[in-house]
Design a protein around this ligand. Structure first.
Ligand SMILES: *[C@@H]1O[C@H](CO)[C@@H](O)[C@H](O)[C@H]1NC(C)=O
Ligand SMILES: *[C@@H]1O[C@H](CO)[C@@H](O)[C@H](O)[C@H]1NC(C)=O
Ligand SMILES: [Zn+2]
Length: 430
């Protein structure tokens, strides 16, 4: 090929890839299947299929014979996919012929730019920059009470920004206040989690309700609404259903930052394939997000007694461990706190949560932040909330309508009040 022709091709290739990366990912005519393995052999087939292609997305881990697994398949992969299932006589059910249509049915009321006219509120989801600007405003207007904290950095160079809240000072009765640490948004597409985190920040700072005032004044709070900023930005610009970080790994991107923490890393319930949504990463703390955030948390050692991680969805409250069915040594206390917390979440709107230890309540999953906090940081109480909607809302559940931000957050805060009260009465804050 001549030099000019060659250059022209190179140029075309650049233009083509640029326009692809700028385009929004759509799921037109993607299909959603529910499959179920009947024996170990079929389970193996599904395990091999997971992470084999980024056009076959497993929404559930492949762990147990008999467990339902939701899979989203790109139209061009459907024939291959069905052939593999057919060969191994794996039963399946078609749940959606057009995933994009199912997603479009949900009005999410995505962030409206131009905050000059509307104050930051909880009637809509915001972009990262809007929330960061709001956090910065809070720190400026609430000196002594709100301090900006940087929990870490991202692959693309963003800040993991949050706030430390010390309402009424750093001490209580001459002693340093106990600490509550809350991170949200480690999974990018779970938009309700950061929205609920900012709701909680706002309530801690402004509520006149006695129990919430106590919650604000009894503890030092560390709240990081966006533990995976690169992923969150990507859900706004390109792919609403993105879950992982954005670190490039060969032809695929990102590791699952909630399978990447350095505690029994990648032992179970995570994938070693970079295309998988549960890719554990090439090593523990391979992601700068989890590495830098873990260093920040290590810096608080001894100051945090309760650790919270917000996710969506399924309405679960979970506690360690994810890597083993063995229960934590203080499981009796975990059960008490769990019972009080799920009773409280139900009070206002009747929302039903279930859960328990991660391994049994949902599935084996090693490398989660709560396990690391509990297992290595002497944080004796660590919980993960899977917020609204319920688990029957497969896939579309990541898009919780914006009208539900407030009720979902209100009941969560009710639950956290009950949780803190119970944890306190069990002596963990002493
Ligand atoms: C706050 O502290 C007070 C005084 O010790 C206690 O009565 C109350 O239950 C605490 N509230 C919470 C939510 O921790
Ligand atoms: C928690 O609630 C369950 C179900 O109501 C009950 O069986 C269990 O005994 C309770 N556990 C504790 C420690 O209160
Ligand atoms: Zn999650």
């Amino acid at each position: 090929m001549s030099l000019t022709k060659c250059l022209l091709f190179a140029l075309l290739a650049i233009v083509a890839s640029a326009s692809v990366s700028a385009e929004r990912v759509r799921y037109d005519h993607y299909r959603m299947y529910k499959v179920n393995s009947e024996n170990a052999k079929q389970l193996e087939v599904l395990k091999d299929l997971e992470g084999s292609s980024d056009s076959i997305m497993f929404l559930d881990g492949v762990h147990l014979v008999g467990a339902d697994i939701q899979i989203v398949v790109a139209p061009h992969k459907v024939p291959d996919f069905l052939e593999i299932l057919g060969k191994s006589e794996i039963k399946y059910e078609l749940q959606s012929r057009d995933v994009q249509k199912s997603l479009d049915e949900i009005d999410e009321k995505v962030a409206i730019k131009g905050r000059a006219t509307t104050a930051y509120n909880w009637a809509q989801y915001y972009e990262l920059d809007d929330t960061y600007a709001w956090l910065q405003d809070l720190a400026r207007s609430g000196p002594g009470v709100v301090t900006l904290i940087e929990g870490g950095k991202t692959y693309q160079g963003r800040s993991i920004l949050g706030v430390k809240i010390t309402k009424g000072g750093e001490t209580i009765n001459g002693k340093a206040k106990p600490g509550i640490f809350l991170e949200a948004g480690i999974h990018a597409r779970e938009w309700i989690a950061p929205a609920a985190a900012t709701y909680i920040i706002n309530q801690l700072l402004t509520s006149e309700v006695e129990s919430i005032k106590e919650l604000a004044e009894n503890y030092t709070w560390y709240v990081l609404p966006h533990a995976n900023p690169d992923g969150y930005v990507y859900t706004h610009t390109t792919d609403r259903m993105w879950r992982k970080t954005r670190t490039p790994y060969g032809r695929c991107f990102g590791a699952d930052p909630n399978r990447n923490w350095g505690f029994h890393w990648n032992e179970v319930g995570a994938s070693s394939s970079a295309c998988s949504d549960t890719y554990a990463g090439p090593s523990a703390f391979s992601e700068i997000e989890t590495l830098s955030l873990s260093k920040f948390i290590e810096g608080l050692k001894g100051k945090v007694q309760l650790y919270l991680s917000l996710h969506a969805y399924s309405q679960y409250l979970l506690y360690p461990y994810g890597h083993t069915a063995d229960l934590p040594d203080n499981v009796a206390d975990y059960e008490k706190v769990f019972n009080a917390s799920i009773a409280a979440v139900n009070k206002r709107y009747g929302t039903k949560y279930t859960g328990g230890n991660i391994y049994d309540a949902i599935y084996p999953a090693a490398g989660a932040s709560v396990d690391w906090a509990y297992g290595t940081q002497d944080v004796r109480m660590a919980f993960c909330y899977e917020l609204r909607p319920s688990s029957t809302s497969y896939f579309t559940g990541f898009k919780l309508p914006a009208q539900q931000i407030v009720p979902a957050s209100e009941e969560l805060l009710d639950s956290i009040v009950a949780m803190a009260t119970e944890v306190k009465s069990l002596g963990y804050f002493d």
